[in-house]
Every structure is written in C-alpha cells, then in structure tokens.
Design a protein around this ligand. Structure first.
Ligand code: SF4
Length: 375
C-alpha cells in the first residue's frame, strides 16, 4: 500500500477486523496498551474500538509529552518570561496547557509576549530579528522532536546567537514504559508501540520488553489499517507464545532508528538523573537536559528558575488516566469541571491527550445521539 486512502479502505479494514475476531480467544481477556497519544486519537477518530471484540481492551498509555509535563515546569518558564525583554515561544500544543497561574495563552492575554512557532528554527529567525530581546523556546516532546531542538541549538552555537535559549522538557519513552510495567496494579498483555518516537530510536530499545517482561510489542502506524494490523500481529504472537518486537510501520520506522538524529541528540543532550512526570512521580533517567558545552543556550543555566512544584487539584485524576489505570470518562471532572474550553489537565487540550480524544469523538457522539442528532 502506498496512498493514505488505501490504509482507510473499508474492505481491508473489514478483513483485518475479521482476522482479529478469528484470532482472539473468547475465553480470555486481552489488555493492550497503545503507548502513543496519536494512536489513542486515531482509535477514537476512526471508531476502531467498535470493530474489536469486547474481550480486547485498549489501555491508553503515557505517550503524550504535553500531558506528562508537571504544571510547575510551565510556571518555571513563565517566571523567566515575566521579564518584558523576553519573548516566550512554544508549539501551539502548549499554548492552552494550564500552569498554576494560567496557560501561556492566558499570560499572553495579560500582556506577556507569547508566540506560537511551527518549528524550533523559527525561534532562531525571531532572535535574529530581535537582537535587543531574548527569545526563550519552551522545548517539549519525546525523542520525536528532540533532534530538531538539538539541531536548533547546534545552529545557535554556530551562529554565535547570544539572545536565544531553550527551556528543555524533552522526555524519553523507555523509562515511562518501564515505570508502567513496574506498577503493581497494572496488567498489560502487550503493547502497540509508538510510531513517531520509533522513527528516531528504532525498534531495538524495546527488545527488553519482549525478552525480560515476555510481552509482545508491535510498532504501529496511525492509520486504521495500521492499528488493526498491529493488533493482529500482537494476537498472533500471544497465540504462538513467542513475544518479540515487530515493526508494522516499516514504511517509516527503520529498525535501527535514525542515526543522524541520534547523533545530534547525543551531541547536545545528556540524561537527567531524575525528572518529574505528571501523575507518575519522579522517574530516573527519563528526560534530557542540555550539555554543559551548550550552557549558554540553556535557559535553566542562564536564568534563575524557581523550581515550582504544583500538585494537581485533588479531584483531577490525570495521573491515573496517564498510567492507564482509569479511562478518561472515569475521571470525576471529565466533561463537567474539565472540558476543552476550561481544561484542568493537559490531557484535555493536547492533540495527543486521551481526555481530548474521548471528549471530541466519544463524549460528543454520545451527547448528539442522546438528543437524536447524527454525529
Ligand atoms: S478529565 Fe481533566 S482532570 Fe480528569 S484526567 Fe482528564 S484532563 Fe485530568
């Protein structure tokens, strides 16, 4: 298959769904975690859940970097941007994520210079255009986006750009999967592996999941046929009793990853000993920090950072949802106090957040059905 329509073709989808029903043992329950928030959105957007037999449960994983960011990191960056000389820049996904005193967009409404960028490279142009001001880039993402931040820092260094720095929040996927597997109340039979992250890290870093934990993992693309095929592959592995790492997304993910991207990351970043994940606590070696050779472009070295720690509102259950222990609609605030218009947690506004996926595709559908309209 070559074109996107082919990955959404009804006949192929029907065949994959039939194969899933044929392979699934009616006597057992299956719990598959889709690690990536992009998969969660595809599953609800295309109604894939409705094609699965009821004994296959999909658990939503922590693969939304905006969602796992603790509120205090936003407040820390905002404290730097309170200086009127600073221009705060971030991707659009971050703009509506609440910190203790509001989201970056709310700070903008109060007068802070907050700008959305589409690429970290845009921030360099902004710094060059504004030599008398300081441009701060709020960098976020898994290994998917870390290489572009690394290349931007390398470029800033080669240009000798002095009025630019990065507030680094890049996290790494493997320690998060390990934390989930170590969690005593979590039973996962297999993983739908993250497609985007794997374009950079490849498939090898997942081998311990199959070897040591005896859990199958299939790296998957994001189209309906991709996800259903990945489920077929997981069921085949479980049936054979031979857990391994497989790559369904071969058209994009090289088994060994992207060597150039990994090299750029190694040049600029090193692992932080610990980093706090929202709802999951501190996880060792789970995030990247900027190496001392790039200290001049590291916002945490250049500016005083208060190190704010903010606990989520008591009733908010973002942590349980992120770990897959609760479905979004089981959070007490879902659709009531917490909506996309008035989010309490980032899961409700991020393009990869599972609460946003439920709200936009399930909750709205149910609401429309209940008033007799067609979704
Ligand atoms: S509904 Fe809101 S508060 Fe509850 S888990 Fe989702 S984002 Fe967090």
């Amino acid at each position: 298959m070559k074109y996107v329509d082919e990955f959404r073709e009804a006949g192929v989808i029907r065949k994959a769904a039939e194969e899933i029903r044929r392979l699934a043992d009616p006597e057992r329950q299956y719990r598959f975690m889709e690690v990536c928030g992009g998969h969660t959105h595809a599953i609800y957007r295309f109604g894939l859940k409705d094609l699965l037999p009821s004994n296959i449960e999909l658990i939503h994983g922590p693969g939304c970097p905006v969602c796992v960011l603790p509120m205090g990191r936003i407040d820390d960056a905002v404290s730097i941007a309170r200086d009127p000389n600073v221009i705060f820049t971030a991707f659009g996904d971050m703009m509506r994520v609440p910190g203790r005193d509001g989201s970056p967009l709310e700070h903008k409404a109060r007068g802070m210079d907050v700008r959305t960028v589409y690429s970290p490279a845009d921030t360099l142009k902004l710094a060059q255009k504004n030599p008398d001001r300081h441009v701060l880039f709020f960098a976020i993402g898994f290994e998917t986006t870390a290489p572009s931040t690394a290349l931007t820092l390398m470029r800033a260094k080669s240009l000798g750009l002095r009025n630019f720095s990065v507030f680094c929040n890049h996290v790494t996927i493997i320690p998060a999967i390990r934390a989930i597997l170590d969690s005593p109340d979590m039973r996962i039979d297999a993983f739908i592996g993250p497609g985007h992250v794997s374009t950079v890290i490849g498939c090898r870093p997942y081998e311990w999941i199959a070897k040591n934990e005896r859990k199958p993992i299939v790296v998957s693309g994001f189209e309906p046929v991709d996800i259903l095929q990945a489920i077929v592959m997981l069921l085949r592995q479980l049936k054979a009793g031979e857990p391994k790492v497989e790559n369904q997304y071969t058209r994009v993910v090289p088994w060994e990853g992207n060597r150039s991207a990994l090299k750029a990351m190694a040049e600029v970043f090193e692992l932080r000993p610990y980093f706090e994940w929202r709802g999951m606590g501190f996880i060792s070696q789970s995030a990247l920090r900027i190496r001392s050779s790039y200290a001049q472009w590291n916002a945490e070295e250049r500016f005083p950072v208060p190190g704010v720690r903010v606990t989520d509102p008591k009733a908010a259950q973002c942590g349980e949802v992120l770990k897959g222990a609760l479905k979004p609609a089981q959070c007490k605030l879902f659709g009531k106090e917490c909506t996309p218009e008035h989010p309490i947690g980032a899961l409700m506004v991020s393009s990869e957040g599972s609460c946003a996926a439920y709200y936009n595709y399930e909750h709205r559908k149910t609401a429309l059905t209940s008033i007799g309209a067609s979704a």
